[in-house]
Design a protein around this ligand. Structure first.
Ligand SMILES: Nc1nc2c(c(=O)[nH]1)N[C@H]1C(S)=C(S)[C@@H](COP(=O)(O)O)O[C@H]1N2
Ligand SMILES: [Mo]
Length: 315
């Protein structure tokens, strides 16, 4: 499985740990009392949890200061209905999914529609590490150290035409490899969409990895969307198609339950989900509740995109 692969960063750059770990992850290690005091280099490669050897050197302008969720939390508590509806199903059922070779079709209102091999799509673009909060509509949250490219950079490559107003995304359809797709509890393939300005926003990533390693299958390998100010379900996984369109595209959860899930899906403590409040959240790994912040804490960066819109109507 992908976690046993050699990290991309040479081990010479990983030690000494104290120079590389930021204060927060260092405190996180000390918090694990005992175990974490053993130098990762004394243990064999596969034994050290990825978060304990993760070389996060500098903090980006949009990174949160909150302590990242552990690799185990991020990779064993998932929503990925293609592999089942329980949180543990994706980790259990995604092992034989093949994220390579992979192609992404870019079509619709673009100068040159084309199908790209994943490596060609990413060629020339910088893959960056960014630590974002993720808030699920079900009331839990995590902090995830993503690796990815800005969707804006992919869009520049594709050269959308002025008529394009939205971007539509589609997940791969492979019922042979994805047990959940053999049952119709959602419409397959999973689809999502963003408005053009949301797609171009510098917070919006196409993630290729987390904790500095390729994305595990259960997290949407090899390429998934990340929009941290929106509920988690906007983060469509295992993307095979990106289309530029004029009209607001259909989205899977809106098709499934239109009164519960709108197109925008901005994290909003003031708009209750019809079956529960959105005012608080439980950080995975914690016991109490935290207050949910407007736009999941990213209001300063994104609120202006929605100026003048009624966000109770456009949920
Ligand atoms: N294709 C696809 N993408 C998906 C989903 C899904 O079921 N299928 N679930 C969404 C939901 S509801 C959430 S909360 C996030 C979870 O991402 P994670 O498992 O990496 O934490 O993925 C989103 N992307
Ligand atoms: Mo979710």
């Amino acid at each position: 499985m992908s976690f046993n692969k050699i990290p991309r960063v040479p081990s010479s750059e990983i030690t000494p740990e104290s120079q590389y770990y930021t204060r927060r992850s260092w405190l996180g290690m000390v918090g694990l009392a005992g175990v974490s005091m053993v130098s990762p280099s004394l243990l064999g490669g596969g034994v050290v949890p990825p978060q304990d050897r993760w070389p996060q050197g500098k903090k980006g302008p949009n990174d949160t200061d909150e302590k990242p969720s552990t690799f185990k939390e991020i990779t064993t508590y998932n929503n990925f209905y293609e592999f089942g509806t329980d949180k543990s199903d994706p980790e259990e059922n995604a092992g034989s999914f093949k994220p390579r070779p992979w192609t992404v079709k870019i079509d619709g209102l673009v100068k040159k529609p084309a199908t790209f091999a994943l490596d060609d799509l990413l060629k020339g673009l910088t893959q960056e590490d960014r630590i974002y909060r993720m808030r699920c509509v079900e009331g839990w949250s995590m902090v995830i150290p993503w690796r990815g490219v800005m969707l804006a950079d992919i869009m520049k490559k594709a050269q959308p035409l002025p008529k394009a107003k939205y971007v539509a995304f589609e997940t791969v359809y492979r019922p042979d490899e994805m047990v959940g797709q053999r049952r119709p509890y959602l419409q397959w393939p999973y689809v999502e969409g963003l408005r053009m300005d949301e797609a171009m926003h510098p917070l919006t990533l196409l993630a290729t990895g987390l904790y500095g390693k390729d994305l595990p299958n259960q997290n949407g390998a090899p390429l998934r969307l990340v929009t941290p100010w929106k509920y988690g379900f906007k983060g469509i996984k295992s993307i095979v198609r990106i289309s530029f369109v004029e009209q607001e595209p259909p989205t899977t959860w809106n098709i499934a339950a239109p009164n519960e899930y709108g197109f925008y899906s901005n994290v909003n403590p003031d708009v209750d989900h019809p079956r529960w409040s959105q005012k608080t959240e439980r950080r995975i790994g914690e016991f109490g509740k935290r207050k949910t912040l407007p736009f999941n804490g990213y209001a300063e960066q994104v609120a202006s995109m929605y100026a003048g819109m009624d966000l109770k109507q456009n949920y």
